[in-house]
Design a protein. Structure first.
Lengths: 112, 115
């Protein structure tokens, strides 16, 4: 059973556009939500993370929006660049736990 | 300093053979994690180590899978009697301490192909 559901599976965006990736979860015990970025041939790398006590977190062009009541969170990439082309994974965990539950990934392609 | 390294980078084996995958974590990192990444399936958590101890092995897919960590450093993931469904990229990650808020640093993975 997929603990974290991610969509879309793939996304094509024009340079300068906004990329939006969505995730949903069921387990209300989750209280830590990181996003990972993975380039081909590389392992995932932490991009940005949020805890449910805030509704939004922004780091540069990357923003996480969090809706606790809907149990949904999303990644917004503003002014998308070709260098952002990668696979993005959302994940969820409990602060006291060690196990991350990952989404199935979104392959983002930013067209110049 | 060096990041997490994994070897081999690619492994092709025949069905029924045993394979060993190696992970060298970042020096000083006490926690180590193994994941499996299959096409379209995201990252599947397999097992974690706190020091040399693996408190929870329930994420291992079957009893053909085992893992150990020695000296609080290198870890090996062993798959016995490999099956075609074991084909995937196996990722290792380490963090300074265990716990979700400690950033996990991933290695490049080992791509396993079982023919």
């Amino acid at each position: 059973q997929q603990q974290v559901k991610q969509s879309p599976q793939s996304l094509i965006v024009q340079k300068g556009g906004i990329s939006i990736i969505n995730c949903a979860y069921e387990n209300t015990a989750f209280d830590y939500f990181p996003w990972y970025q993975q380039f081909p041939g590389k392992g995932p790398a932490l991009l940005i993370a949020i805890r449910p006590d805030v509704s939004e977190k922004k780091e540069g062009r990357f923003t996480i929006s969090f809706n606790k009541s809907a149990k949904q969170f999303s990644l917004h990439i503003m002014d998308s660049q070709p260098g952002d082309s990668a696979t993005y994974f959302c994940a969820a965990s409990t602060l006291t736990g060690n196990q991350f539950y990952f989404g199935t990934g979104t392959s983002l392609t930013v067209i110049p | 300093g060096a990041g997490v390294s994994q070897s081999p980078s690619n492994k092709v084996t025949e069905k029924g053979k045993d394979v060993e995958l190696r992970c060298d974590p970042i020096s000083g990192h006490t926690a180590l994690y193994w994941y499996r990444q299959s096409l379209g399936q995201g990252l599947e958590f397999l097992i974690y180590f706190q020091g040399n101890s693996a408190p929870d092995k329930s994420g291992l897919p079957s009893d053909r899978f085992s893992a150990e960590r020695t000296g609080g450093s290198v870890s090996t993931l062993t798959i016995q009697r490999t099956q075609q469904e074991d084909s995937a990229v196996y990722l290792c990650a380490s963090s300074l301490y265990w716990g979700s808020l400690n950033e996990q640093f991933f290695g490049p993975g080992t791509r396993l192909t079982v023919l």
